[in-house]
Design a protein around this ligand. Structure first.
Ligand code: C2E
Ligand code: CA
Ligand code: CA
Ligand code: CA
Length: 281
């Protein structure tokens, strides 16, 4: 028994050591990715539920790995966060998104009522110099006022809601709007919705996935969207993959949607083509 226990522990330690090593290797690779220019932003269309016209896009990070191809952030975003690299990469994301937006605006395919959303990790958002970094970036890479949007999740609030609100208010002065992402999945979504100066509520895709079959998802999506509307917010449904889901969210009064039904996240040059076609409609 003793022997087995020891082996058990030895095995456990080996597995842990292996995991720690993998983590370090991944960290080193992710660090290199920045200087090797391996990060890329993909863009996923946001679409008006009523008209089918583009209302903007969400920028989503990809790692273009030399052997593995495009890697989705599910695998590495937590490593960027735990290592602190998300600060540097997050700044790159902000700049890259502004460069794309600036270009599309100059080319005349991006109307002033469209929004480009970027995801900001809580760790970056809560840094004391975040507002200054954003201001500086917007000075270097100016975009039309009111066209940049920041998606936050309620985990940004941890601890100090007053501070979160004041950061948001300072950024709002720069013409930035806010979306509350993954709405409905947290513990206090509703109370934050009441207090945070957001203009958009994004219903999490977990509520949309089985919308056709699941009676309680229908009730929840309908309730979230009427609540959003009554609060004067724009309501966006994420993860719409089928016609039936689109029809349901239309009935429930959602304003916009994102999802594979219209388009997957795609590279900038491909997204430009979508924008161009949209501008001719
Ligand atoms: P998120 O912000 O909730 O982004 C939506 C995710 O849903 C994206 O996954 C998108 O590709 C996926 N998606 C969109 N439409 C559909 C659909 O119809 N069906 C399904 N099954 N999925 C759909 P992605 O790009 O893998 O990103 C995963 C998460 O990683 C994001 O969730 C976000 O939390 C984080 N992330 C992505 N890009 C960034 C970034 O630039 N900065 C930060 N801080 N986080 C990011
Ligand atoms: Ca998001
Ligand atoms: Ca989301
Ligand atoms: Ca999510």
């Amino acid at each position: 028994v003793k022997e087995g226990g020891r082996n058990g522990i030895a095995f456990f330690n080996e597995a842990m050591a292996e995991q720690a090593k993998n983590q370090l290797v991944l960290e080193a690779e992710l660090h290199k990715a920045l200087s090797a220019d391996q990060y890329e932003l993909f863009y996923q269309a946001k679409v008006d539920v009523q008209t089918g016209m583009l209302t903007g896009a969400e920028a989503l990070l990809r790692w273009k790995h030399p052997e593995r191809g495009y890697v989705s952030p599910g695998i590495f975003i937590s490593v960027l966060e735990s290592s602190g690299m998300i600060i540097e990469v997050g700044q790159w994301i902000l700049e890259e998104a502004c460069r794309s937006l600036q270009k599309w605006q100059a080319l005349g395919v991006w109307n002033d009522d469209m929004h480009l959303s970027i995801n900001i990790s809580p760790r970056q958002f809560r840094r004391s110099d975040f507002v200054d970094e954003v201001k500086k970036t917007l000075m270097d890479i100016p975009v039309h006022r009111g066209t940049l949007d920041i998606e936050i999740t309620e985990s940004v609030v941890i601890g100090n809601i007053e501070e979160t609100i004041s950061t948001m208010e300072e950024l709002a002065l720069e013409g930035i709007s806010f979306s509350l992402d993954d709405f409905g999945t947290g513990y206090s979504s509703i109370s934050y919705l009441k207090r945070l100066p957001v203009s958009t509520l994004k219903i999490d895709q977990s509520f949309i996935r089985d919308l056709g079959e699941d009676r309680s998802d229908k009730v929840l999506v309908e309730s979230m969207s009427s609540m959003g509307r009554l609060l004067g917010l724009k309501v966006v449904a994420e993860g719409v993959e089928e016609q039936e889901q689109l029809e349901l969210i239309r009935d429930f009064g959602c304003d916009e949607y994102q999802g594979y039904f219209f388009s997957r996240p795609i590279p900038a040059d491909q997204f430009y083509k979508l924008l161009h076609e949209n501008s001719l409609k």
